[in-house]
Each structure stands twice: as C-alpha cells, then as structure tokens.
Design a protein. Structure first.
Length: 143
C-alpha cells in the first residue's frame, strides 16, 4: 500500500460492521488535529463510515475474514484519509451518479453511499495497487 508521510494516524478494522464505532473515534481524532469544526467532522465521519462499511460488506465474500486499513492525517490545508482492503476489486468512482431527484419508490437500491462521499469530500480517488483496493478521500480545509 502506498504510504504518505502526512498520514500519521492508522486504524485496522476487521471486515465486521460491529467494529464501525471504532472508526468514529479515529476520524474525530484526525479531525481534531486538523482543527475542523464539529459540523465538518460529523460530515467527514459520515463519508468515512459509508466508504468503510461498503468495503466491509461488499469487498469480501460472506463468511471470509479480511482487514480494512484506514490512514488519516492533515498536510497543510488538506485532510486526507486512505482506505485500503484486499477484497474484491471495486472502483466506487466509476459508479453512476445517484439520481436524487427520483422519489424513494422510483430510485434503484444502492448508490447513495458513494453519492454522500462525493458530496462531502472534495476529492475521491480509487486505485488498484496489487491485490488492494485503495480509496483516497481528501477535503480542503480553510486556513
């Protein structure tokens, strides 16, 4: 996995959604270091929760055990999180935009998670590095 000097916080989770509450503390710690306000920290937490939950639920076949690695940090005015897993290759950035103008009954299932991530974060980038999915989420901070 590509390492960035600025990403000094690290969390490893098993592909078990019961571990998601650990993610909130991790994101809060990184956001506090970055000096974000509570509202922005909550939004970023939502984006990370969506991305990590998708990795856990869809990256690994049911019953298989895997890890999701999350790194985070701030470099200047950019807050960055990198989510990596060795699950099934999946590029969420290639998914069609969710049509949020449709009513709940008309809208197909799925797609809202990546929509939220795209709306909250300024940059969402995917790479397949060897046998790892690497999703990089960045947010520009006002300084």
């Amino acid at each position: 996995m590509k390492r960035f000097v600025m990403l000094k916080h690290h969390l490893t989770l098993h592909n078990d959604i019961e571990e998601i509450p650990l993610l909130a503390d991790f994101v809060d710690e990184v956001c506090e270091e970055a000096g974000t306000d509570v509202s922005l920290a909550m939004s970023i937490n939502l984006a990370l929760e969506e991305a990590v939950t998708n990795s856990m639920l869809y990256g690994y076949p049911e019953g298989s055990v895997g890890l999701v690695e999350i790194e985070g940090g701030v470099d200047g005015s950019t807050l960055t999180f990198v989510i990596s897993d060795s699950g099934v290759a999946f590029d969420p950035t290639q998914q069609a935009e969710a049509d949020v103008t449709l009513g709940v009954e008309e809208r197909p299932i799925g797609g809202l998670g990546i929509f939220l991530v795209r709306e909250i974060m300024d940059e969402v980038r995917y790479e397949r590095q060897g046998d790892h999915n690497v999703l990089t989420l960045s947010k520009q901070l006002e300084k």
